[in-house]
Ligand binder design. Structure first.
Ligand SMILES: Nc1ncnc2c1ncn2[C@@H]1O[C@H](COP(=O)(O)OP(=O)(O)OP(=O)(O)O)[C@@H](O)[C@H]1O
Length: 644
């Protein structure tokens, strides 16, 4: 008899992120409690008992009685219903109308943009309280009038935020890509742009809801809001004001209710914004740079020429499903006058490993293990984990600098090139402006910029991509760091400019007084073979092979390095001969960090895998001369002792 497969239970609703639990409970409680008023108290909020005016709290009236002898608990609860309903209905209407207006204006531009901006401007010309007073005077007080007036008052702030954010998002590549695919406009606006502006809009919602509660209370306080005897928090404050000295509890109760509600809304929306913006939220809430943890290992091989060393680095991503190791085990030694290349498929962990050395990890990722050590200019080897955030700032730029892939976006477009360079120099080395200027111009000359004095006064948009990358290199060198990290510095440039930049980096290494160490991240093995002395091949968050570049590229020992070489076009003759001029794609795809197979992470794609590869992850094996390391049970090195 064949067993009937039991369908897996599928989750109908997405799991609530842990960070949302507390604010959700707090907000839900503060909203639900007023609406559960009949269950909490049997008292009538409008029932007058002149005999008991200003009575103190008792078993019957937990919060005492007001100036008309009405039960205060009932009034604060029923008053909360009115205040919250008015505020949330008005804010929601303003949010829907304003956001749609902003989205349409930004996406379709032309007359739509005109209507959005002018309509918002007209409403914003009126001081809010004055407009509210005018409308309430004309149409008479009451909850309905309040909702209408607050919606009109607050829609422009939503329209403006949605407009500016949607303008920014509309120009991003993924929106262009959706347009190019022929996606209908309404789906781009609602399905692509709207989720991307949800963060700022939700923050605006919290601010507006809080402001609406305040304005509603203010108008009720002035007698222009909810019509008595119906209770509201503003009215309670108004009534209690006259008896403040005799009966402070009367004014305290509605004020505490107001403050708690506004706090709960802000807390909830703040967390919601972080949750909706996955870039930085999962770890610490903000996209702050994470400070490395203190080293738990002290490497013994730190000779004087070691500029930086990474030992057993483990980086974790805080995902809703729990921590995931995005970097499992990376060890590297970077020496003076040496170029070490980091290669590997996209997502293998090259950028994160190098960002960790700068103490610049994204907020969602933190260091869970290993050591990051760097030699400062004084010659002292420091553990990045022991440095304060201020000391780390000093290390960046001074001892280690980085150049990025995109020279187009790495420079600030609104400042002159010279001003940006001078700022970088002065932030680390206080000196007269004239000296900083001279140094900046010298650096521009060093990196091969023609007419450096003229370019100093130019803007980034006046330069070509190659020139901007040269400027970025000059900026990185302003404080003569000993380690320069170049994260795919030539990927965005055309082939001839690529060659020039590589030549420049080579020249700088030889000319640099103290011996520059270069960590060069690249997908291009041809370039790596030209520039690097050593190469580390990364796969799924681990270094799987490391050694002298000529040995690793000409005689790869790890099946992944072999496959990588076979899959990559290269101009380098030796590479051609190693793979017999045929390009072959690596079968399969790299595993996601949270779905790595047991044992060796490459075994599913490996042509020489054996059953025991699934048993345990292979350690890093040393070659006999200690100059190469390979993480594979089938490699020649596997016969020798495990390296770690
Ligand atoms: N900010 C982030 N939030 C969540 N996961 C991230 C973040 N940055 C990187 N990762 C994950 O960490 C892993 C390593 O990413 P990393 O950017 O270091 O790879 P890479 O080798 O540099 O790729 P590429 O060559 O495309 O730049 C990937 O699985 C990636 O999805």
């Amino acid at each position: 008899m064949t067993a009937i497969p039991v369908p897996k239970k599928t989750r109908l609703l997405p799991a609530i992120p842990r960070r949302m639990i507390l604010p959700s409970i707090l907000l839900a409680a503060l909203i639900l409690i007023p609406f559960a008023a009949p269950l909490i108290t049997g008292a009538d909020p409008v029932q007058i008992s002149v005999r008991d005016r200003l009575a103190l709290p008792s078993w019957e009236h937990w919060l005492g009685q007001d100036e008309f002898g009405r039960d205060r608990l009932a009034r604060v609860l029923y008053g909360g219903q009115v205040s919250l309903t008015v505020a949330f209905v008005a804010t929601t209407l303003a949010c829907i109308f304003g956001t749609l207006l902003g989205l349409i204006g930004a996406y379709f531009r032309g007359p739509f943009e005109f209507v959005t901006t002018r309509l918002s401007d007209v409403v914003l010309c009126f001081p809010p309280i004055l407009l509210a007073l005018l409308v309430v005077t004309l149409f008479g007080p009451g909850a309905g009038t309040l909702v209408a007036v607050l919606s009109v008052l607050y829609f422009p702030s939503f329209a403006r935020i949605a407009f500016s954010e949607a303008l920014r998002v509309s120009s991003l590549d993924f929106v262009e890509a959706s347009r190019a695919l022929g996606t209908p406009s309404h789906r781009i606006v609602l399905g692509t742009i709207l989720p991307n502006i949800a963060g700022p809009v939700s923050v605006q919602y919290s601010l507006t809801a809080a402001a609406a509660i305040t304005i509603e209370s203010g108008l009720s306080f002035l007698g222009l809001g909810v019509v008595p005897p119906a209770p509201s928090w503003g009215q309670m404050i108004r009534g209690a004001r006259q008896f403040m000295n005799q009966d402070p509890l009367g004014i305290l109760i509605p004020c505490v209710a107001l403050i708690l509600t506004i706090y709960a809304i802000n807390f909830f929306c703040d967390r919601l914004r972080d949750t909706l913006d996955p870039k930085g939220a999962l770890g610490g809430g903000k996209d702050e740079t994470s400070v490395p943890v203190a080293a738990r290992v002290t490497p013994s091989d730190e000779t004087a020429d070691v500029v930086a060393s990474i030992r057993g680095l483990r980086l974790q991503l805080m995902s809703p499903g729990g921590p995931v190791d995005v970097i499992q085990d990376v060890s590297l030694t970077l020496r003076a006058n040496q170029c070490t290349a980091l290669v590997g498929e996209s997502g293998s962990g090259k950028s994160l490993s190098s960002l960790a050395l700068m103490g610049l990890l994204p907020g969602a990722i933190h260091q869970a293990g290993g050591a990051l050590r760097l030699r400062r200019k004084s010659g002292q080897m420091v553990d990045l984990g022991t440095l304060t955030a201020k000391e780390l700032e000093d290390v960046r730029g001074n001892d280690v600098a980085m150049i990025f892939q995109e020279p187009m976006t790495s420079l600030n477009p609104i400042h002159k090139v010279g001003a940006q360079m001078v700022e970088a120099i002065l932030s680390h080395r206080p000196m007269p402006y004239a000296d900083a200027r001279t140094r900046a111009i010298d650096l521009l000359e060093l990196v091969g910029i023609n007419e450096p004095a003229r370019r100093f006064d130019g803007y980034p948009h006046e330069m070509s991509g190659g020139m901007r990358q040269r400027v970025m290199i000059a900026m990185a060198l302003t404080c003569e760091p000993r380690l320069l990290i170049a994260d795919e510095p030539t990927t965005a440039l055309d082939v001839t400019i690529q060659a020039e930049i590589i030549e420049l980096l080579q020249r700088l290494r030889t000319e640099y007084a103290d011996g520059l160490s270069l960590l060069f991240i690249s997908h291009n093995l041809g370039i790596v073979s030209e520039i690097a002395d050593r190469v580390a091949v990364m796969y799924s968050g681990q270094v799987v092979e490391e050694g002298p570049v000529s040995q690793v590229l000409n005689s790869p020992h790890h099946p992944y390095t072999v496959a990588l070489l076979e899959s990559m076009p290269s101009s380098h003759e030796e590479l051609h001969s190693a793979r017999g001029d045929r390009l072959r794609a690596i079968s399969g795809t790299p595993p996601l960090p949270d779905a790595r197979p047991s044992g060796c992470a490459f075994r599913d794609r490996c042509p020489i895998a054996i059953p025991s590869c699934a048993d345990a992850p292979p350690p890093l094996f040393n070659s006999a001369d200690g100059d190469r390391q390979v993480r594979c049970f089938r490699a020649p090195e596997a016969g020798s002792e495990a390296a770690r």
